[in-house]
Ligand binder design. Structure first.
Ligand code: ACO
Length: 382
């Protein structure tokens, strides 16, 4: 028998691709998209510009960006049968499941002959980035009995999403804050959902199946789903005095329970996205007033740093995103769908890169079962 390779749970540290999309150094907290620091992109870029950068590897010129924006705006609308499909789903269901269903169905409405057809590939990428926000907003309205709002043809990607939720054009600050949140979530190298996208894409299936599978992967509480649970975690802390917060954290850690919004497979320092989001939260609070949850979050971060900072457990991107979204008036169960609305550009950049030099994923395994067993007829089994 051939020599057994070493088994690495969760494939931790095993390279799954050669890539030039996203660089992370978790030891020093460095994150770059296509070689540009996240701090610069968050301050100077827009989501559309960053999506272009991720997909095509370079920053767009004004003409290229205008054209890209125009293509996205033209594809924002949903076919009425996709809206009909959303109407058939149980309103108590999670929006991530509604999003998975609608995106998977898009593959039936926008059938291409083959992913090798470059025009089909290009159009699919535009459609997916353009329509995900419309699906999430439409589902949110449909489940509470309201009609979906038609997407604007004037507003930015970020402002249009907020507009489609309640029909109100957001303030400049709300638009900017949400746009930065989208930039921060757009890409993050070989995490579970991106790996899922690359694996699914490597079979040469259509991009709608690729994104539907990635959304399913993102939904889990150890991945994108954590952002919804951070606010519930904060709610769980009744006494918000520093001593009580410390006791609460010690108690959780003693029971080996995970505290949502902390820890990261790659970062051993504070996630740089959490730092940027925290800055956005303070901008929002200056304008619209603070929230007790924010003060509690800062206290919890301090106590956790004291207790487990030495183990490399610090706030991740999800820790402050929920507080920001809540201040923007976004319902909690839309937090993870918003993550998908942003991350879709990263998934698609990885799909395009995978297809450039594709080889179907087919890892090996370590057999731990019994082999060569004898089949015993059912009447003779004890
Ligand atoms: N709270 C308490 N302890 C933690 C936490 C946490 N949030 N995260 C890790 N630890 C501890 C573990 O208990 C373990 O301790 P031990 O060595 O004493 O057993 C050690 O740190 C290593 O933890 P693992 O779970 O093995 O680390 P891994 O790299 O596999 O997991 C993960 C990373 C899944 C993000 C983990 O930190 C976690 O579950 N965090 C909470 C969920 C969360 O916030 N997810 C969002 C991640 S960011 C994103 O997906 C966008």
């Amino acid at each position: 028998m051939a020599e057994m390779p070493e088994y690495i749970p969760g494939l931790a540290g095993v390279p799954a691709a050669r890539t030039s999309i996203c660089l992370i150094d978790g030891i020093v907290g460095k994150l770059q998209y296509r070689g540009y620091p996240i701090e610069v992109l968050a301050e100077q870029g827009t989501y559309e510009e960053v999506a272009y950068l991720l997909l095509f590897g370079k920053l767009p010129t004004t003409r290229q960006l205008d054209e890209f924006r125009g293509q996205l705006i033209a594809e924002r609308g949903l076919k009425f049968r996709i809206i009909d499909l959303l109407k058939t789903l149980p309103e108590s269901g999670h929006p991530m499941d509604a999003l998975t269903a609608a995106v998977a169905a898009m593959g039936m409405f926008y059938k291409g002959d083959h992913i090798e057809d470059l025009e089909f590939r290009r159009l699919s990428v535009i459609r997916l980035i353009a329509k995900l926000p419309t699906i999430v907003a439409a589902w949110h309205r449909i489940r509470r009995g309201d009609d979906p709002i038609k997407p604007s043809t004037e507003l930015s990607h970020a402002a249009n999403f907020l507009y489609m939720l309640e029909g109100e054009v957001p303030t400049r600050l709300a638009e900017r804050v949400f746009d930065v949140a989208l930039v921060l979530h757009a890409e993050h190298s070989m995490n579970a959902s991106t790996f899922t996208a690359r694996v699914t894409g490597s079979t040469l299936t259509d991009p709608y199946a690729v994104v539907a599978s990635a959304i399913g992967s993102l939904a889990g509480p150890l991945h994108g789903g954590a952002n919804e649970q951070v606010l519930a975690t904060l709610e769980d802390i009744e006494d918000r005095s520093p001593q009580a917060v410390r006791r609460w954290a010690e108690d959780r850690l003693a029971r080996k329970e995970k505290i949502m919004g902390f820890g990261h497979r790659v970062y051993k320092v504070k996630d740089p996205r959490a730092t940027i989001l925290q800055g956005l939260a303070t901008q929002l609070f200056r304008k619209f007033g603070s929230t007790p949850d924010y003060d509690l979050a800062v206290e919890l971060e301090g106590q956790m740093t004291d207790l487990v900072g030495s183990k490399g457990i610090y706030p991740n991107v999800d820790f402050y995103s929920g507080i920001v979204y809540q201040k923007l008036g976004i319902p909690i169960d839309l937090f993870t769908p918003i993550f998908a609305v942003s991350r879709v550009s990263g998934w698609l950049a990885h799909l395009l890169e995978q297809l450039e030099n594709n080889r179907i994923f087919r890892p090996s395994q370590i057999w731990i079962g019994e082999a060569d067993r004898t089949f015993v007829p059912i009447e003779e089994r004890g």
